[in-house]
Design a protein. Sequence first.
Length: 262
Amino acid sequence: MDNSSLFDVQGKVVLVTGGAKGIGRMISEGFVRNYANVYISSRDAKACEQACKELNALGKGKADYIAADFYKEEELKKVADELKKRAGKLDVLVNNSGSNWGESYDTYPSNAWDRVLNLNLKRVFQLTQAVTPLLEAASTPSSPARVINIGSIDGLRVPSLETFAYSASKAGLHHLSRVLASHLGKRGITSNTIACGPFQSKMMKATLEKFKDEIESGIPLGRIGSPEDVAGTCIWLSSRAGAFVNGATIALDGGSVVSAKL
């Protein structure tokens, strides 16, 4: 029961959606550095190719990619079929791809809801559904397959920014993950959510440039998240140490959700 066995993910097959950039890239690198076989999927094939080149240069695990546009429902089967052909199983699914839309309440458009909820919520269910046979193929009684959903603290609290569809989609994702935990647990698959606070990413870039000092002042630990924080949490959930965690929503935010504000 030492660290090398408790947190071992060596050889595990991992799919990270949106894994070429931002939080997804942090997660992908964490798994590769710990000798997992990582598949990255996003619509930006060039970014996927470059990320895999850099990750494979680490000389540890392996990285490959399956280019897919998750705004298009038919692309989900393509990902599942490719994974079946290349790996035959899936130990860990990280549903990380996401979209945001910020606009004032008075002008917030209908198509914002369609775009954000489709990608952040509906596609998560549909992709998980599509790869469930591969997750079942990887599961054993002592080591269930894992679904890790990347949520947000904006699904736990009311944000000051006018991102109505995003906040609602992440709150929905948190509960969907719990529902999946109940249904998939019986099939040897766990489902958990990481509700991320601020990390350096494309989605957060403009906000952090304007408000980083203010954001960090509201976090008890006084900083934004690091690659090690999110990668480490994913590795824990994917390893023997996290095998009995199911239906949890983990706030990975340095304590900002519980920080008292007078």
